[in-house]
Design a protein around this ligand. Structure first.
Ligand SMILES: C[S@@+](CC[C@H](N)C(=O)[O-])C[C@H]1O[C@@H](n2cnc3c(N)ncnc32)[C@H](O)[C@@H]1O
Length: 245
């Protein structure tokens, strides 16, 4: 791993292609719609802005977006896209890095909170976000519910996807709330492997982190169109707010 973290040049070069399904307007549009609403007339801060999947269409809707991102290789892909050069990005760890100004919404989508692999780093991230929010501003996270119900008794591995030239599976370590996603892909006739570590957390633990940071839950849904969150939900979209003084 180099300074770019797990999303280094090799991963960045194929990110948009390998995650093509989440670039589909049917996936992106409801995300942007909710973020436009939450941003109001204020600015938006994307933690882990990546190649601009959400930031670019959000900026096209008139919202001023700023990003914090570890990987220069991912940001280079953002910069190469139309409008990408106009989006400010601060390079650094979003658990601790500061961006100028305040924001009406900060967001972390596509399970990216789990890229912080310790509880301390996740708590630091909530505190960092709270410090960037204006009073009444909010923090949105999209993340999967830990899939432990699907693990066979005593098992540690779940398949993620099985395609013609790509396979993925998740390996759990319940003692540390650790989860490593292993991705295998045939590239130029050879199988390449990328393994990325995560830390999973239940919604209630995220609520506690929010409380430690002075934020309170405004809403939790199972999807971007505010579908109800239930015991069967596989992911959640949660919004915490910084009380208006
Ligand atoms: C799964 S990608 C999501 C990218 C983009 N938000 C999207 O929805 O397509 C996660 C991104 O977060 C970045 N990232 C992961 N951990 C980070 C950290 N601690 N600080 C800053 N960026 C981080 C990665 O480099 C990567 O670009």
């Amino acid at each position: 791993m180099d300074d770019d973290g797990y999303f280094d040049e090799r991963v960045a070069a194929r990110y948009d292609e390998s995650a093509a399904e989440i670039f589909d307007p049917a996936v992106v549009d409801p995300v942007v719609e909710l973020l436009v609403e939450l941003a109001g007339s204020g600015r938006a801060l994307e933690l882990g802005i990546g190649t601009g999947r959400i930031a670019l269409p959000l900026a096209q809707r008139g919202v001023a977006v700023h990003g914090i991102e570890l990987s220069k290789a991912m940001v280079a892909r953002l910069r190469a896209k139309p409008g990408g050069a106009d989006i400010g990005v601060t390079i650094g760890d979003f658990a601790t890095t500061t961006a100028d100004g305040t924001f009406s919404v900060a967001y972390l989508v596509f399970n990216t909170i789990s890229n912080l692999t310790t509880q301390a780093a996740q708590v630091a991230c909530f505190r960092n976000v709270a410090a960037h929010l204006e009073p009444g501003g909010c923090f949105l996270i999209e993340v999967v519910v830990p899939d432990l119900q699907r693990l066979p008794p005593g098992g540690t591995v779940l398949p993620l996807y099985v395609r013609k030239t790509r396979w993925g599976f998740d390996e759990y370590d319940v003692a540390s709330q650790g989860l490593t996603s292993h991705h295998f892909e045939v590239v130029d006739g050879r199988v390449e492997r990328v393994s990325i570590p995560f830390r999973y957390a239940w919604p209630s633990e995220l609520d506690l982190m929010a409380e430690l940071a002075g934020l309170r839950l405004r809403g939790r849904w199972s999807g971007w169109k505010r579908e109800p969150f239930t015991s069967d939900s596989r992911k959640h979209v949660s919004v915490w707010e910084k009380p208006a003084v």
